[in-house]
Write a protein that binds this ligand. Sequence first.
Ligand code: FE2
Length: 195
Amino acid sequence: MLALFALSPASASEESELSLIKKNAMPAGTEARGAIDAPDDVSWKTVLSQKSDKDEPLIISGAVFQADGKTPAPNVLIYFYHTDSDGYYGRKGEVRHGHFRGWLLTDEQGRYEISTIKPAPYPNRTEAAHIHMTFTGKNFREDSIDAILFEGDKFITQQERDAAGKKGGFDPILKLEKGADGILRGVRNVQLRKP
Ligand SMILES: [Fe+2]
C-alpha cells in the first residue's frame, strides 16, 4: 500500500509537466505542428511499427541542449513526422501527417531516440527525403527546426547545406551507418534557441 501511495504523486507531477508543456503547443490544425496530440505516456524513446519488408529500419538518436550548446535540456517535447518509403505522408482521409509520426520527451540528460524507417523523397518532386521535427518546452512555444536530411541524397541543395544548423544547431544532414543488425543509425543533436 505504501509503495502504491508513494507512486501516485510522482506520476501526477509528470502528467502536469506534460500538460504545462502542451500549453505551449501550437493550435491543432496548424501546418507542421503536432505537440498538441502528444499522448500521456510519452517517453524519451518511441518505436514506430508500421514497417514492411521493403522498408529500411532506421534509428535516430541524439541529445537536446540549451542555447549554450552544452547544458542538457530535459523535458523537451519533440514531435516528428515523415513520409513512408514511397514518399507519401498518407493517403486521403488518413491521420494528419500520415502514419509515421511520434512524440518524445527528452530524459534527464536531454536524450531521445526514434526507431522508425527511412523515408523517401516525395514522388515526382525534387525535395530531399526528410524528417520534420518540432520542439516544445515549458518555457517556449512549439517551433520547427531544420528537418533531418540524409547525406548522399541527390536532392540536397547547396542552399540547404548553407543553411544547415540555423534552426536547431549542429548538423541536420546525417551520415547514416548500417550496423551488423542491418539497422541504419544516425545522430541528430539539437541546440535550443535563446529564450
Ligand atoms: Fe515534408
